[in-house]
Design a protein around this ligand. Sequence first.
Ligand code: UDP
Length: 325
Amino acid sequence: MTKKRVLVTGAAGFLGSHLCDRFIAEGYDVVGMDNLITGDLKNIEHLFKLKEFEFYNHDVSKFIHVPGNLDYILHFASPASPIDYLKIPIQTLKVGSLGIHNCLGLARVKKARVLIASTSEVYGDPMVHPQTEEYWGNVNPVGPRGVYDEAKRFQEAMTMAYHTYHGVETRIVRIFNTYGPRMRLNDGRVLPAFIGQALRGEDLTMFGDGSQTRSFCYVDDLVEGIFRLLHSNYASPVNIGNPDEITIKEFGEEIIKLTGTSQKLVSKPLPKDDPKQRKPDITLAKKLLDWEPKVNRADGLKITYDYFKTLSSEELQKTAYHRFE
Ligand code: UDP
């Protein structure tokens, strides 16, 4: 039997690199692609020695050329933290629109199945709780998150259009907050922010009164859900996330306990359009994929903290914006 070959866009990013690992472990040939704006080659450097892995430094917003066959395309290229997409809004819009158009065009030619990384951000600041796939969302298109949220919503629409009009096999995963090793320490997201601050001996910056909620999924659980969804025959969006909901204040307290820092939570202004609550309804994923998260937050946070502790003090001191200055 010939080996299956998969293209992962955003391969040097947090989720992309874990997906590359998983597909290599499952016996696939993996083509990684990344323009390294927010990704880091360090996340995939262990793969470069493998004959099953090849890498293209390429911006998928431009025409994509990959020689040879492709069975699957996973579109994971995109800035994904509020700080990143505030800093690079146009690239964020382009990778979600032009980028997916190129991926879908490539899929047509290669007769490949496409899975796109969508997001709980398509629900915006949700009026329905927990969020089911049927909910259409409450998004401010011109707010600070609009560039990301609307790009992802457009990406879903484009993917469905290629599915219905061109018959391309497509899958859509709506990813809720996910954490684990290889998150960029200073991408501004709450977990790396809190752990980085604890490691540097700074106070933890809680936005607002910390009563907003999130539900954090460990990366291995997410990858398992994505793997199952890719091999399912379901083309409509599926939520993958961990429904264990927590306030940001409680989350900060957990990080303080885990790291043993003597610092405290300090309140900072709540960013505009910051969703007040977020929790996936995963009924569909359970039924369709026989999937649910297995790693509890205490175990997942410990693994993630151990990873961040291995980073050098130089890496620890980097500011969130170092790549863009
Ligand atoms: N947050 C915080 N302190 C930080 C960074 C984020 O309190 O230093 C809050 C943020 O306001 C939001 C939540 O943590 O309510 C999750 O933010 P993140 O940027 O990780 O992801 P989001 O789910 O908002 O996209």
